[in-house]
Design a protein around this ligand. Structure first.
Ligand SMILES: [Fe+2]
Length: 238
């Protein structure tokens, strides 16, 4: 099952990973998706104007990724930053699931290799970069922290990563509701925090977007305009 894919200036990269559809389970009325120990895992690189015959596949260690942060080309290499589960327990009989963590793959298209590099050990997902950096080299990335004792699928923290220095900072909501997916402001300030997020409560009448365009994430957000329409709980843009 492929939930999302990656785009760079000249390529797209598909993630063929071992959460699989199971038609027998569907016929029995169960959840038709589960982890497979036998399926394997691979990344497929295709030129943006290519077709099936142009895809080059790279075997990787089994894992699952719902949401990439961004990807870009660096000479003969393609860099992909993603929220990666070492094992994704999705189906009712799946066991041993692990949290998603920020992870970097580097595909060397000349040597035909892929390298792995964990970038953080804090559970997080819904990664984003500024929309203006999609497919291009990014310095800053943002994720929703998913650690701690949370009773819903969203977290209580936002993380900001400086992928050049290797440093990161965090901001906690310290209130009810979850920090949903960060999203890009229309006019981000160069080199500064540029995220907004919508605080979600399952039954709240009003939603409160927060604007993080301050130099440092830990300074906390300012108010942003109310969303034109209510964001359904569970929606995310990554
Ligand atoms: Fe998603």
């Amino acid at each position: 099952m492929m939930h999302d894919w990656n785009v760079t200036r000249n390529h797209v990269v598909f993630m063929d990973l071992p959460l699989i559809f199971d038609m027998e389970a569907l016929a029995k009325g169960g959840i038709p998706i589960h982890w497979s120990d036998d399926y394997g895992a691979r990344l497929g690189v295709m030129p943006r104007n290519g077709s099936n015959k142009d895809v080059v596949w790279y075997e990787i260690e089994p894992c699952y990724v719902f949401h990439p942060m961004n990807s870009y080309e660096d000479g003969d290499k393609i860099v992909l930053d993603v929220a990666r589960f070492k094992k994704m327990a999705f189906g009712p009989e799946d066991t041993g699931g692990t949290p998603s963590l920020l992870h970097r793959w580097v595909i060397d298209t000349k040597k035909r290799t892929v390298s792995d590099q964990p970038l953080d050990d804090r559970p997080a997902d819904f990664p984003r970069v500024a929309d203006s950096r999609i497919g291009l080299k990014h310095r800053f990335g943002y994720m929703t922290g998913l650690g701690g004792d949370i009773a819903n699928q969203f977290g209580r923290e936002l993380f900001k990563y400086d992928l050049e220095s290797g440093k990161s900072e965090a901001w906690a909501t310290n209130s009810g509701g979850g920090a949903a997916s960060p999203c890009s402001c229309r006019r981000p300030r160069r080199g500064r925090g540029l995220r907004a997020h919508v605080r979600l409560r399952r039954r709240a009448r009003r939603q409160r977007p927060r604007d993080h365009r301050r130099p440092q994430l830990r300074q906390g957000p300012g108010r942003a305009g109310a969303p034109a329409v209510r964001v359904p709980y569970g929606f995310h843009g990554s």
